[in-house]
Design a protein around this ligand. Structure first.
Ligand code: BV8
Length: 244
């Protein structure tokens, strides 16, 4: 399932960069972004809720959706895929984990220094000053204690720019790595989906872990068809056996 040459490439790598998407959290019980939304939210398209326009038009609906997602994520645990990435980091000289996920599960699994490309579900930001504000546990619409403007979830919405520090770190890591993993992402959302092209141009070995082929299938060196919660622990075990 995992070719020896790939284990060699990872074992000899100076720098490995990983991009994860919603598929890495699927085995924790967090629905992926493009799966039909469950229950109450089934009738809403995330693409229409995760926008500044949706928030301006109906802040209560958007806050209700994010609070629903916060509750959902607080009720789940990181899965073996998250934990395998923590172990992989400890086996390599340099490792950069970039995630599109806003659920914070990589950090809860023990990954340090995660590059949160699309922000984080659990922070609040002032809509006017765009600064992070201490989370307010309120069921109403929260407002900035400093300027009174509405607070919004600390995530990057469609049509919004990626936070500069996260964007710069992610693209630098894609340029510098010897092996680039794209794990659990449909590779549809830019600029995150552009990272693999940067890694390709830097002649990195390109690997995907996903049960389904995706938009980037043609550009890959290795496509490991499977669930990240199974493939990643198997990869780490093979790497440790290879080392011993
Ligand atoms: C920007 C936070 C511009 C919010 C998210 C036309 C062409 C190209 C681009 C565009 C376009 N029109 C508009 C754009 C830009 C747009 C974009 O890319 N749209 C796409 C949809 C076409 N991008 C933006 O707007 C970005 N900003 O471009 O700014 C700009 C420039 C200058 C100045 C001002 C503005 C901002 C995008 C960020 C949006 N925010 N999230 C929230 O979460 O509420 S994105 C959202 O989608 C999530 O973060 C999610 O992570 C992300 C990507 O989805 P995936 O993670 O890939 O999840 P998905 O469900 O799609 O796929 C899951 C995969 O997992 C599947 O492949 C499945 O097979 C696999 N899987 C399932 N189970 C498993 C598994 N894999 C492994 N193991 C398993 N067990």
């Amino acid at each position: 399932m995992i070719p020896d040459e790939l284990i060699e490439a990872v074992g000899n790598a100076r720098h490995v960069t990983v991009l994860t998407g919603a598929g890495v959290s699927a085995e924790s019980g967090v629905p992926t972004f493009r799966e039909a939304q469950s229950g109450l939210w089934a009738r809403y398209d995330p693409m229409e809720l995760a926008t500044p326009e949706a928030f301006a038009a109906n802040p209560r609906l958007v806050w209700d959706w994010y609070r629903f997602r916060r509750e959902l994520v607080l009720g789940v645990e990181p899965n073996p895929g998250h934990r395998a990435l923590v172990e992989l980091e400890s086996l390599l000289p340099e490792f950069t984990l970039v995630t599109q996920n806003v659920d914070g599960l990589h950090a809860r699994a023990g990954s340090r220094d995660v590059v949160e490309f699309h922000g984080n579900l659990f922070t609040d930001r002032c809509f006017a000053e765009d600064k992070v504000v201490a989370g307010q546990e309120s069921t109403q619409l929260p407002f900035c204690p400093d300027c009174g403007a509405p607070l919004r979830p600390g995530v990057v919405w469609f049509g919004e720019s990626i936070p500069e520090a996260a964007r710069d770190r992610a693209f630098a890591a894609a340029r510098d790595c010897d092996v680039f993993f794209s794990i659990g992402t449909s590779s549809l959302v830019y600029p995150a989906a552009g990272l693999v092209e940067v890694a390709r141009d830097a002649e990195a070995t390109l690997v995907e872990i996903n049960p389904e082929p995706t938009e980037i299938a043609q550009t890959l060196h290795y496509a490991l068809a499977g669930a990240s919660g199974e493939v990643l622990p198997a990869l780490v075990k093979r790497l440790k056996d290879h080392r011993s």
